[in-house]
Design a protein around this ligand. Structure first.
Ligand code: F6P
Length: 319
């Protein structure tokens, strides 16, 4: 193996740059040629591929986003697009691709692996929804951004004695809502993995006000449904003034935390190491302090389990 390429795919996540830097520098350290594939799989199809040197990845460890840009390529999922991608890899003489992204991106990596291209996946998405890893790159930064926002909103909530419905990201899972809700002391957390009736949530809000709380914060994961519906119900059922705040894409940007930089750097080095050992078709994960490896095919189509203990802790502390 002489030539490695790296790409980022799917939604950007803080720490992707640190992972690109680690892959590039470790490859150069190992005397390998390393290429950047720009704009994810779409860029691969279009031949948007350039060599990376040490200097190209200087000054990026602290930057959010991805210097390689990213895309969600529909064309790559077609037979023609996929064949074009294979031709581009052969044209550039690339033997291995490191894919930084979420489980959707790893489906593409798995397909390349089945065609004999060596591939390794590095999990990076703010959602923290990839099975086989305790944490994905970007999640820690994202929840820190969210709690900063909740702390600010709480000032206004208290001053006006309002109930705030704060909608956070998380397409199909509630990790951002759960972790930030616990960390910021939210009164209720609405996530897709757990069913709690609006009636119960409204009762908790009223109970809080009755014993002297001046505000209430309800965090709703985007994947759990409609925050407007929650707000309307609470306002009607309690008679309290409510507001909705949708945090949106500020959750995806910003300088990565130390945790995300370290995780990205470790995973980037490990990915190149695995390729040197002849491995392919694996995603790297972290479990406790250890980096672990899982075959791509084991990480999708399974329900992602919310940490019941974390949910219960948040619930019991919000009395
Ligand atoms: O997967 C990350 C994520 O931010 C989800 O939480 C969200 O549902 C989705 O991407 C939004 O994607 P975009 O706005 O980039 O289409």
């Amino acid at each position: 193996m002489k030539k490695i390429a790296v790409l980022t795919s799917g939604g950007d996540a803080p720490g992707m740059n640190a992972a690109i830097r680690a892959v590039t520098r470790k490859s150069i350290y190992e005397h390998l040629d390393v290429y950047g594939i720009y704009r994810g799989y779409q860029g691969l199809i279009e031949g948007d591929v350039k060599p990376l040197q040490l200097g190209d990845v200087g000054g990026i460890i602290h930057r959010g986003g991805t210097m390689l840009y990213t895309a969600r390529s529909k064309e790559f999922m077609t037979e023609e697009g996929f064949q074009e991608a294979l031709e581009q890899l052969s044209f550039f003489g690339i033997d291995a691709v490191i894919v930084i992204g979420g489980d959707g991106s790893f489906k593409g990596a798995h397909a390349l692996h089945q065609q004999g291209i060596k591939t390794i996946g590095i999990p990076a998405t703010i959602d923290n929804d990839v099975l086989g890893t305790q944490f994905t790159i970007g999640f820690d930064t994202s929840i820190n951004t969210v709690i900063e926002a909740i702390d600010k909103i709480r000032d206004t909530a208290t001053s006006h004695e309002r109930t705030y419905i704060i909608e956070v990201m998380g397409r199909g899972n509630g990790d951002i809502a759960l972790w930030s809700g616990l960390a910021a002391g939210a009164e209720s957390i609405v996530i897709p993995e757990v069913t709690e009736s609006l009636e119960t949530i409204a009762r908790r809000v009223v109970r809080g006000y009755e014993r002297g709380k001046r505000h209430s914060i309800i965090i709703v994961a985007e994947g759990a449904g409609n925050s407007k519906e929650v707000a309307d119900y609470i306002e009607k059922a309690t008679g309290l003034e409510t507001r909705i705040s949708v945090l949106g894409h500020i959750q995806r940007g910003g300088s990565p935390t130390a945790f995300d930089r370290v995780l990205a750097s470790r995973m980037g080095v490990e990915a190149v190491e695995m390729l040197l050992q002849g491995k392919s078709g694996f995603m790297i994960g972290i479990q406790g302090p250890q980096l672990v490896h899982h075959p791509f095919k084991h990480i999708w189509n399974k329900k992602y389990d919310v940490l019941e203990q974390t949910y219960q802790a948040a619930k019991q502390l919000s009395i």
